[in-house]
Structure formats: C-alpha cells, structure tokens
Ligand binder design. Sequence first.
Ligand code: RP5
Length: 166
Amino acid sequence: MADAGRPVAIIMGSQSDWATMQHAAETLDTLEVRWESRIVSAHRTPERLFSFAKGAREEGFKVVIAGAGGAAHLPGMTASLTPLPVFGVPVESKALSGMDSLLSIVQMPAGIPVGTLAIGKAGAVNAALLAASVLALSDPGLAGRLDAFRAAQTAKIAETPSNEGV
Ligand code: RP5
C-alpha cells in the first residue's frame, strides 16, 4: 500500500535489502498502515541520505524503518538527522550472517537512539509492529487492529505439539 499520505518510511541501503524489508511492508499492509519505500545508501548515496533524513518530518513521515547490512550506518545516520523515531533492521549479510549489521546498528552513542530489532525477517516484521504501536497511540482504529492481530496470533498457537510436519 505505497501511498503519498503515508506515515511510515521504509528505507534501505540497497535493492538487495528489499527481500528482508518487504516483510515490514507486508506487516504494515496487514494493519492497514500506509508506507513508502526508498533506497537510501549511507555510503553510495550520502547526499540522498542527508536530503531524506533532514526532510522526513516535513514530508509527513511519523516513523522511519531503516534496514541495512554489513557496515550498516544508515539507521544511525538517519537518526542523527531527524527527530522522528527510527527503528533499525539488521539485514543478514553473507560474510558474517548479520552480526556485523546488528552490532553496527545497535551500538549507538548515548543521545542518538535507534530502536534496534532482530536480524532479518523477524526484525523487519517487528519494526513494522513497533511503528504501528507508535502510530496507534493517536489512532484508536489502528490500536484495535493491533489488538486483533495479537489475538489472531495467539489463537493460532496449539496447546500441545503434534507430529504433523515433523
Ligand atoms: C549495505 O550493503 C546494504 O544495506 C546491503 O545490505 C549491503 C550489500 O549491498 P549490495 O552490495 O547488495 O548492494 O550497504
């Protein structure tokens, strides 16, 4: 549901990050939260990063989800340039399985926070859920959809394990 009146920006360092970050987009779609995605590389397109981050609030975004891998400076640099909440998703890297991404994103100096999620798909999904939780503080309809999402998730969990699929 990419849209001009969208509250969530999903940015990523490379096209190759989209396979992970699309899970954030899908989760936002499930909750009927509008989003826009952009490729913004801290290293390959630094001017684009400055332009996006400095103008994100004026563009109407409320929350930024930033995914990057390896020397993953995108979430932290974005957070340094915007007052909006920034949630960082460490993308799984080939060389170090995402540990490099995780440590690059999580270890911010005091004063510039990045809410850092898990490596990979789980992190992308949870970044979307956190973004929705922030927006739900001032959107009762969305708060209701989040409650329903959790209830449906709980209902899917069996009380006992089975041999199906083992
Ligand atoms: C990072 O380098 C990107 O966020 C990506 O995860 C990683 C590899 O990028 P590509 O070489 O696939 O473009 O900047």
